[in-house]
Design a protein around this ligand. Structure first.
Ligand code: 13P
Length: 343
């Protein structure tokens, strides 16, 4: 597909005030989420939960795209509409997770490599036929002590990300390129900056070498922040400033958007930090969200697997989407949490 068409899709995903719902939890991850609310992870429960999210009235004002899992892109609403069609009818663009997860990297204890390249060309073609217009591949980079991540881990993951991105563009899907530097650990924000910087350097070098067109991708990174168990926690303002400083060094201005993952930050932290970045002023790229937990956590809790709780769960999801939409223009304020809950 011509890069112009990919560029149009990418721009629509990061349109003003809008961002992505990541609802592509793999079987293992959704099991963990359901365990936290005491609900069994059956195919029907997963379908009912995703239907609740996708049919939330009015959320399309804030959500431009949804990332689906292989099972979900093949499922239907209770009225019989395939999920990709249902989303399209609300002008929400369907996307698909195409990686097969992070597996132990040979000769590198404690590090992982993301698998899923074999047969990917055929799978991408099938997903496009099922309605997907963008794709996602997540690489996982851990920080442990002074020796992890190794350059070996950074570059093998960057290479795989670029192979995926080239195939996705060839198939007419906008690749979301996700190199996630995990926030687990007691590392400082300076160490997070250094590792994120090394990772982005590897990723953009490989993307360029493998002829990926930057106008037709979206980057989905971590924010630069203190590890969860670091005794000194950087403020939201510091996180915003260091994150932007890091990305300005590495991300070409031709990339239409950076869509952050939430990675285990609290819902409100993820929103406040995105807002702080956008409040810093004009950036070369759109700064948006592609949150899983930070958009879904309150909804999941409100639902608790009970059909009678669907309206409350939808209100909770709608509210988080609205707060993150405000963060897109730097206009979020914590007081808005109260207002919107009573609205
Ligand atoms: P979180 O926002 O919960 O980190 O999930 C986003 C995602 O898609 C990770 O791959």
């Amino acid at each position: 597909m011509a890069v112009e068409e990919l560029h149009e899709i990418a721009k629509a995903i990061v349109a003003e005030g809008k961002g992505i719902l990541a609802a592509d939890e793999s079987d293992g991850t959704i099991q963990k989420r359901f365990d936290s609310i005491g609900v069994e992870s059956t195919e029907e429960n997963r379908r009912a939960y995703r239907e609740l999210l996708f049919t939330t009235e009015g959320v399309e004002e804030y959500i431009s795209g949804v990332i689906l899992f292989d099972e979900t892109i093949r499922q239907r609403s209770s009225a019989g509409t395939p999920f990709p069609k249902l989303l399209e009818s609300k002008r929400i663009i369907p996307g698909i997770k195409v990686d097969k997860g992070a597996k132990p990297l040979a000769h590198a204890e404690g590090e992982t490599i993301t698998e899923g390249l074999d047969g990917l060309r055929d799978r991408l073609e099938e997903y496009r036929g099922l309605g997907a217009r963008f794709a996602k591949w997540r690489a996982v980079i851990s920080i442990k002590g002074d020796t992890i991540p190794s350059e070996y881990c950074v570059w093998t993951n960057a290479h795989a990300l670029a192979r995926y991105a080239a195939l996705a563009q060839e198939a007419g899907l906008v690749p979301i390129v996700e190199p996630e530097v995990l926030m687990d650990g007691d590392h400082t924000i300076e160490r997070s900056f250094e590792v994120t910087s090394r990772t982005l350097h590897g990723v953009f070098t490989e993307l360029r070498d493998q002829r990926v067109q930057p106008e037709g991708i979206l980057l989905k990174p971590n924010m630069v922040l203190s590890g969860y168990s670091c005794p000194v926690q950087a403020s939201d303002a510091e996180v915003a400033a260091e994150t932007v400083r890091c990305f300005r060094r590495h991300v070409p201005a031709a990339v239409p958007g950076i869509v952050f993952l939430s990675g285990g930050q609290s819902d409100e932290q993820a929103t406040a930090r995105l807002s702080a970045m956008n409040a810093m002023g004009e950036h070369p790229w759109q700064l948006s969200f592609s949150y899983g937990r930070a958009l879904q956590a309150p909804a999941l809790k409100a639902w608790a697997g009970k059909p009678e709780n669907v309206p409350a769960a939808q209100r909770a999801y709608y509210h988080r989407a609205k707060m993150n939409s405000a963060a897109r223009t730097g206009m979020y304020a914590p007081e808005m949490e109260r207002e919107a809950v009573t609205a």
